[in-house]
Design a protein around this ligand. Structure first.
Ligand code: S3P
Length: 433
């Protein structure tokens, strides 16, 4: 495994599109597979994670044609998943693993075995298995982890209240709910990203959303068929976040990222950065229709001074994948930044609390871990050094941004991990430099 060096950079400038959204790409392929008929996806994310999803739906019997980022999927229908010889390999993708389990759990004709890489074998599936089992599913796990088998069953509708907000668990329940014999609902507070609700509603599922205070309940009715659809995938705000952070940290920068998904459930980091004093133009105001199309737009970011902030549990779901990057940004702010209520970070592609704290400490940051987050004392700069990606795509990209903004540059061990979600990242950064 080689390392890649990122040297201190002059001002970043220009405009670009970032990688296509990973969450929406996974769902586009899976929901196309579940539809009756042929769907097209424009601008599909071609990265390791979402390629795993294309391979999975192909293995389940869908016709899949791929031409660059244009994908055409002939669905097998809601109840038509084919049997697979051997295991379905989900690679590094927790989203694929959990959503697919929801769909397969309601198909009594079969049994499927799922497995993935070393990292996926540390990621819990019991959080999906438990609610699905309440609906009549049978899932045999390896002490709550992959590999595991899904024995398709006839499902009954159920009302779920989630202890921890999770879009992956919510999505698995909603997908199973389509196949159940009666209404299914799932409540969470605060709400996680809502792409599944929006996209299934667009494909004709009877979905409704209600809100009481910070609790959001999504209800789904049993369904005979999903309509195929033609979709264009917007840019991924989680990928854009690395470009945004680079522009905020490198003096003199001014960049614009076009066609980014600006779903309120995804832009928590940008809101936090605004509170830190960042100038980010183009963020939406007001509440978009909860079952309408994805809000998207361009954002312009300019370098400027930042101050430390406190981030609590209510902001965690909308910024969950970006919190390690926030820790990097906080090193350059004036004052202390604390993140609490984010214990979920421990069960991501790596233990992102440990990984962030050890990675940034090695670069000279003043950062301390807590069971549910971290605190960072901003010093206005970062020395640099070597950071290990630990095979985690988001840590690899964090290391690169750290290098651009550091005094001495950063060597990122196994930077290739970035290709899980953003294969063109280094080239995009270079194009702005
Ligand atoms: C995702 C949901 C999030 C996020 C992950 C992608 C999704 O996980 O961390 O990278 O596409 O549904 P949660 O299940 O914790 O919300």
């Amino acid at each position: 495994m080689g390392s890649t060096r990122f040297d201190p950079s002059g001002p970043l400038g220009g405009r670009l599109q970032t990688a296509a959204d990973k969450s929406i790409s996974h769902r586009s392929a899976l929901f196309a597979a579940m539809a009756d008929g042929t769907s097209t996806i424009d601008g599909y994310l071609r990265a390791a994670d979402t390629d795993s999803t294309l391979a999975a739906v192909r293995a389940l019997g869908c016709g899949v044609e791929v031409d660059g980022t244009n994908v055409r999927i002939e669905g097998v229908g809601l109840r038509g998943a084919g049997l697979v010889d051997g295991v379905i390999d989900v690679g590094n993708s927790g989203t694929l693993m959990r959503l697919l389990t929801g769909w397969l759990s309601g198909q009594p004709q079969g049994e499927w075995r799922l497995d993935g890489d070393e990292s996926i074998r540390r990621r819990p599936i019991d959080r999906v298995a438990a609610p699905l089992e309440l609906m009549g599913a049978r899932i045999d796990t390896t002490a709550g982890l992959p590999p595991f088998s899904v024995h398709g069953s006839s499902l009954v509708g159920a009302n779920h209240r989630m202890a921890v907000a999770s879009a992956q668990v919510k999505s698995a329940i909603l997908m199973a709910g389509l196949l159940a014999d009666s209404t299914t609902s799932v409540s969470e507070s605060p709400a996680s990203r809502d792409h599944t609700e929006r996209m299934l509603a667009e494909q004709g599922a009877a979905i409704s959303v209600s809100e009481v205070g910070s609790e959001r309940t999504v209800t789904v009715e049993p369904c005979d068929r999903l309509e195929p659809t033609d979709r264009t995938v917007p840019g991924d705000p989680s990928s854009a976040a690395f470009l945004v952070a680079a522009a905020l940290l490198v003096p003199g920068s001014d960049i614009t990222v076009d066609d980014v998904d600006l779903n309120p459930g995804r832009i928590g980091l940008f809101r936090i950065l605004e509170r830190m004093g960042a100038s980010i133009e183009g963020l939406p105001h007001g509440d978009p229709d909860p079952l309408g199309p994805e809000p998207l737009g361009s954002i312009r970011v300019t370098h400027g001074p930042l101050k430390g902030v406190d981030v609590g549990a209510d902001e965690v779901p909308s910024s969950i994948d970006e919190l390690p990057l926030l820790a990097l940004v906080a090193c350059f702010a004036k004052g202390t930044t604390t993140v609490t209520g984010a214990e979920e970070l421990r069960v991501k592609e790596s233990d992102r609390i440990e990984a962030t704290v050890s990675g940034l400490s090695a670069l000279g940051a003043r950062i301390e871990a807590a069971p549910d987050g971290f605190s960072i004392e901003g010093t206005g700069e970062l020395r640099g050094g070597t950071i290990e990606s630990l095979g985690d795509h988001r840590l690899a990209m964090l290391g690169a941004v750290a290098g651009l903004a550091s005094r001495e540059g950063v060597e990122v061990d196994d930077f290739a991990a970035a290709s899980v979600s953003y294969p063109g990242f280094a080239a995009d950064l270079a194009s702005l430099a």
